[in-house]
Design a binder for this molecule. Structure first.
Ligand SMILES: NC(=O)c1ccc[n+]([C@@H]2O[C@H](COP(=O)([O-])OP(=O)(O)OC[C@H]3O[C@@H](n4cnc5c(N)ncnc54)[C@H](OP(=O)(O)O)[C@@H]3O)[C@@H](O)[C@H]2O)c1
Length: 275
């Protein structure tokens, strides 16, 4: 799996597994799906205390048993918990659910009521205690990234997780270059628009040329940028297999031009898309 080296020195695999909506229903098959993904090289797994009120972290905790060393673990603190002491308590609860002693990358889920400097101070303390290795943010637009950069410990922010797919290209104008030029990874969530990405003519044509599915083309498209980590959630084994194989699809200049024509980049700056 290709990786992106952030400014803090961590190497992030460019394709990883999401867990939103896991932890509520069929946990055994979700654990199996995540483990199949690890077998196929999708070793980065993204979760959050928010997902199923901790249920998704429990699923991840079960999936990584006996395999912790293979896996790159990402979780997130809810903004309402992200005071200095609240962040530390939230991380400790997450570690218990994840059944591990360290989270590789810990993110603030979105900007909330607590001052960012308090969250960053907690992140720094958690890092010194060995409870997290790296930290970052999520759903931050450029102005919020600038404010983070100017905060104490802001230079430790190594990732910003945002909504990005063929139909959500606003970040290409400013946020994506701003982050990647500084060695801050963009982590693209909902690359399939939560399974609702339209199977348009261009997606179908490009997919047919490569002998793959439109969903795989959509993943290959976000994977085309070094510095963008693609997070895709799949509970079904056939989806996990397709997604892992998408890492090997190289889109040509003609493929990209055809997709651009149907999914144009915005002509002017637009606010950050969020779910
Ligand atoms: N930071 C944030 O605010 C934020 C927000 C949203 C998401 N995220 C993270 O990003 C991850 C990915 O985003 P997401 O879950 O919102 O949406 P997504 O990955 O775009 O879409 C997931 C949906 O697509 C289906 N799917 C997966 N692979 C497929 C394939 N090869 N062909 C057809 N359908 C396929 C899945 O079905 P099955 O499950 O049935 O296989 C599921 O219904 C999340 O799980 C979460 O970890 C973060």
């Amino acid at each position: 799996m290709r990786t992106f080296a952030t400014r803090t020195g961590v190497r992030l695999p460019l394709l990883g597994q999401g867990t939103w909506e896991m932890g509520a229903a069929d946990r055994a098959s979700e654990v199996a799906a995540l483990r199949l993904g690890f077998d196929l090289g999708l070793v980065l797994v993204d979760t959050a205390e928010m997902y199923a009120h901790g249920g998704a972290e429990e699923v991840v905790g079960a999936a990584i048993q006996g395999r912790r060393e293979e896996v790159f673990l990402v979780s997130k603190v809810l903004p309402g918990n992200a005071s200095r002491l609240g962040t530390i308590a939230a991380a400790e609860r997450s570690l218990r659910r994840l059944k591990t002693d360290c989270i590789d990358l810990y993110l603030l889920h979105w900007a909330g009521p607590h001052p960012l400097r308090a969250t960053l101070e907690a992140f720094q303390q958690l890092r010194e205690q060995g409870k997290i290795r790296d930290y970052g943010v999520s759903n931050f637009d450029v102005d919020e990234m600038v404010a983070a950069e100017e905060s104490p410990h802001g230079s430790g922010v190594c990732a910003n997780q945002v909504f990005y797919n063929l139909g959500r290209r606003g970040i290409e104008r400013r946020l994506m270059p701003w982050c990647i030029d500084r060695g801050i990874a963009i982590m693209a969530y909902s690359p399939l628009e939560q399974g609702r990405l339209r199977e348009t003519k261009s997606l179908r044509r490009v997919a047919a040329r490569h002998g793959v599915t439109p969903a795989q083309v959509a993943l290959a498209w976000t994977l085309r940028v070094d510095g963008v980590v693609t997070l895709v959630k799949a509970a079904r084994a056939e989806h996990v297999r397709e997604n892992a194989a998408a890492a090997d699809i190289a889109l040509s200049a003609d493929d990209l031009a055809e997709l651009d024509a149907e999914f144009p980049r915005p002509q002017r700056d637009v606010p950050l898309d969020t779910l």
